[in-house]
Design a protein. Structure first.
Length: 258
């Protein structure tokens, strides 16, 4: 069995384990409720009813899918260590790097599947409310999928060396910072102190920029989405994910489970 086959087997096992998690279905249920509740809230406005509906729907999809990625993902490695099953897995011809990548791949596929279900609920609600749907909405959801790929990598990275509580706090904090990093960078550029500007540039390069995946405004208001921005988002997602997993694998390979 080659490396890809072992990673696939680990990913498949992770997917089966993840879909048995009750928290996953609770978050999925809340997301559908929030997407549907947009119809009620949109009726409170006399203007941009459809825009409010879809803006809330896409926001709910992003929020709950990230929640699933983090709060389900952080427990995957911890559960293997806590139940001592990781010793059984690593006693087989499976490296720690393959174990980590397999966990990431399985959870990424899980959140992508749930994202598709949420997108289906979003489309049904939009059609029932008479809100227009177009290719831009699909692009916005695909970009959310790329964002989730990075979030899962970050959650996997933190869970590879710390407790679930800290991993959750770090992952949520980094996701929030990632959506504010552009604003923080812009504020740093306005400073007259050279050190502050330099630090702002360093932090912006180090922290994830999740706004590159946020095209909700364009999709909701029918604004054009540049194909170059889509390509940049794809390259950025793959690059940041690979770097995060490599760093996580380096730490995980030195972790003592005793």
């Amino acid at each position: 069995m080659n490396s890809l086959s072992r990673i696939y087997a680990l990913a498949n096992n992770t997917f089966r384990e993840a879909i048995r998690n009750k928290l996953l279905y609770m978050l999925l249920g809340f997301s559908v409720v929030m997407i549907s509740s947009g119809v009620v809230l949109a009726t409170l406005s006399y203007v941009e009813v459809h825009e409010i509906l879809q803006d809330m729907g896409l926001a709910a999809i992003r929020f709950f899918s990230v929640g699933i990625a983090i709060f389900v993902g952080i427990g995957l490695i911890h559960n293997e260590v806590d139940r001592r099953t990781i010793f059984t897995i690593l006693s087989k011809p499976v490296s720690r790097n393959e174990f980590l990548v397999g966990k990431w791949a399985g959870l990424t596929f899980t959140v992508w599947l749930l994202l598709a279900l949420m997108a289906g609920a979003f489309a049904i609600v939009s059609l029932l409310a008479g809100a227009p749907l177009g290719l831009d909405h699909l692009v916005a959801i695909v970009l959310i999928g790329l964002e989730l790929m990075v979030v899962v990598a970050i959650a996997t990275f933190f869970s590879s060396f710390t407790t679930p509580m800290l991993a959750a706090l770090f992952s949520v904090g980094l996701w929030m910072i990632g959506h504010l990093s552009r604003d923080l960078h812009a504020l740093g550029q306005q400073s007259e102190v050279g050190t502050v500007t330099t630090m702002a540039n360093f932090v912006f390069l180090l922290m994830p920029d999740f706004e590159v995946f946020n095209k909700t405004l364009e999709a909701v208001h029918g604004l054009p989405i540049d194909s170059g921005e889509i390509g940049l988002a794809f390259v950025y997602a793959v690059g940041y994910t690979v770097c995060t997993l490599i760093l996580g694998a380096m730490i995980f390979s030195r972790r003592d489970f005793k």
